[in-house]
Design a protein around this ligand. Structure first.
Ligand code: DGT
Ligand code: CA
Ligand code: CA
Ligand code: ZN
Length: 578
């Protein structure tokens, strides 16, 4: 976190606590100031050193706030904030992670029931105490009970999309260290799980102290939590980073162990036992007739590389994305692992937005961006009007007709193929929000749910998949990771309907969604569906989110032939026209 972010975060905390106390207007001023400070391109620390008048030149920062900023940089503390925290000792971030609970509710619940933590909130809801508090009812209480587990987990886990850039940076930084023989990411981030508890970094080195020292000195870290002889933990932004150092001779075994998942490792270990072998973080050992239960007891069979570890167990090397105990252990043992889709095989994006709806760029800029990215084609699929499109975001039908000719004229001069399209809304009853004759004019119709994202969505999505003009079901469940679970979907039934009607099911590669997720993708492919991997880009820069979609497809065991947009433009047209 930069020091600007640091002070902005404190001002936001101040605003939350004022809100919780029922103070009016002021919280808004603090939030606005926090936002402007966060966006301020210079260093707040320098400004604070010049005095309150200089800090006050930032938009929205008045006397009261600038004096707190100066106080913080001078003393390391904002006294009023410390007092507020003592008055309201609540775990604000954890409690407000529950959908429908804001800082004001936190304040009321503290006042009435003394609630400070999620556990206390849950106990009070279970005891029926919440509905007795003024301003809360039985419905809110039930809502708390329904959402608390989700909030608990969401509060503790980071999005893969937040963690991955830190992971990539820490790996290249560590790999450049003199003492570092090998460096890899492990754990859930190596498996590309949509959310991660932490970024696991594994280093093989004969000199662990030097490696730990290099790690804790890294300027990409904000705070070191602990460091020992062979381990350290730290935070980069709000993402936890765990370092472990092992001897290079045991690197492969350690990497296999610390990549997980736990369920995969249990299945691997059971397979080893059947062969009188033992596998752990130090290696694969032949333990026939060995009584000693020391971890390294027995005859060492493999440990230096992961390939050797799997090979010693009679298995093919298992790509990390597959290590979720979904049948990969048996498949690796009988040589039937899938021939996974690779990064670089996706040839274009068929769900993108421009400034005709809520995108930031023109059609031309998006097409040029796609060409620069290396795509062979791009489909322009701006939002139609309909449920979930608030604030005039959606393009009305008559305007869409205009856009078709605009896209066609850009296409005429473009270096890549450009498809006309729309992202239509799927209403709660499964109907599509654009008139049929317009739908049939477009090259590609993506249909997605944007509103009423509760309960079972299978019938609704099946109806959309059966619509003769719909080509892709976009972000099928409508989930937002850590924020909203989205629709429940019987993926097998949806996938069969999709396959019967030549409709593809999307993996939305936006790291806030990753929808469908890996498990659902595997089911969908098994039921015969075709998958489309799209970024839902709202700017050219978003096009490179594609890799999150590709690794999600790999988590779903996707092979090249399962993915629609590995086909060339002609192949795509055939699918759309089928
Ligand atoms: P996360 O961080 O919650 O997203 O999930 P992971 O899978 O990265 O888990 P983490 O960071 O606690 O540990 C990394 C890997 O180490 C994990 O995937 C498997 C392995 N591991 C850790 N603790 C255990 C354990 O108690 N038993 C087994 N079998 N494996 C473990
Ligand atoms: Ca982890
Ligand atoms: Ca860990
Ligand atoms: Zn979209």
């Amino acid at each position: 976190m930069s020091r600007n972010d640091e002070i902005a975060t404190l001002l936001e905390e101040f605003a939350d606590l004022l809100d919780a106390k029922g103070v009016e207007y002021k919280p808004r001023a603090y939030r606005r100031a926090a936002e402007n400070i966060r966006d301020f391109p210079g260093a707040m620390e320098g400004l604070a050193a010049e005095g309150e008048a200089s800090v006050g030149e930032i938009d929205g920062v008045g006397d009261a706030i600038s004096s707190k900023v100066v106080e913080y940089f001078e003393t390391g503390e904002i006294e009023e904030l410390t007092e507020l925290r003592a008055e309201l000792p609540v775990e604000m971030a954890a409690l407000t992670a529950v959908e429908g609970i804001g800082p004001k509710s936190v304040g009321s619940l503290y006042e009435a029931l003394g609630i400070t933590t999620l556990d206390e909130l849950e106990a009070a809801a279970e005891a029926g105490e919440i509905q007795e508090v003024s301003g809360f009812g039985a419905k809110t209480e039930q809502n708390i009970l329904d959402n608390i587990d989700f909030a608990r987990e969401a509060h503790e886990r980071s999005l893969l999309g937040e963690g991955r850039p830190h992971g990539d940076r820490v790996r290249s930084y560590m790999a450049a260290g003199d003492a570092v023989a090998e460096c890899a990411l492990g754990g859930s981030i190596r498996r590309w799980r949509p959310t991660i508890g932490d970024v696991d970094v594994l280093v093989g080195s004969p000199n662990p102290e030097a490696v730990v020292e290099r790690f804790v000195d890294w300027d990409g870290l904000d705070r070191v939590i602990e460091s020992g002889d062979t381990k350290a933990s730290a935070y980069a932004d709000d993402v936890r980073v765990d370092l472990r150092v092992v001897d290079p001779s045991e690197f492969g075994a350690a990497l296999q162990y610390f990549t997980g998942s736990k369920d995969h490792n249990v299945a691997v270990r059971n397979r080893a036992i059947e062969q009188d072998l033992k596998v752990n973080e130090y290696g694969v050992f032949d333990v026939e007739g060995v009584e000693d239960d020391d971890q390294r007891a027995g005859e060492l069979v493999a440990s230096e590389t992961e390939e050797a570890v799997y090979d010693a167990l009679g298995m093919d090397w298992v790509p990390p994305e597959l290590r979720e105990n979904r049948g990969e252990v048996a498949a690796a043992a009988d040589g039937s692992l899938p021939d996974l889709l690779a990064e670089g095989e996706v040839r274009g994006d068929i769900h993108t937005h421009t400034n005709w709806s809520d995108g930031s760029n023109s059609i031309t800029e998006m097409v040029e961006g796609a060409a620069d990215f290396g795509h062979d084609y791009l489909a322009v699929t701006d939002h139609a009007t309909g449920p979930g499109m608030v604030g005039g975001v959606g393009v009305p039908d008559e305007k869409l007709r205009e856009q078709i000719s605009e896209v066609e004229s850009v296409a005429a001069d473009a270096d890549i193929d450009v498809f006309t399209g729309v992202e239509a809304n799927i209403a709660a009853d499964g109907s599509i929000s654009v008139v049929d004759d317009l739908l049939s004019e477009l090259d590609v119709v993506v249909a997605s749910p944007h509103a009423a994202l509760d309960g079972d969505g299978t019938d609704r999505l099946v109806a959309a998949a059966q619509h003769p003009d719909v080509n892709v079901i976009g972000h099928p469940t409508g989930r937002y990771l850590n924020r909203r679970e989205g629709l429940d979907v019987d993926v097998g039934r949806l996938a069969e309907a999709a396959a019967d009607n030549d409709t593809a099911l999307e993996i939305n590669a936006n790291p806030a969604r990753l929808d469908l997720g890996g498990g659902a993708v595997k089911q969908a492919i098994e039921a015969g569906a075709t998958i489309a991997i799209n970024t839902d880009a709202h700017s050219p820069a978003n096009l490179d989110l594609l890799r999150y979609g590709v690794h999600t497809a790999q988590r779903g065991w996707a092979e090249t032939g399962d993915v629609l947009n590995t086909r060339d433009a002609e192949g795509l047209r055939e699918f759309f026209d089928a």
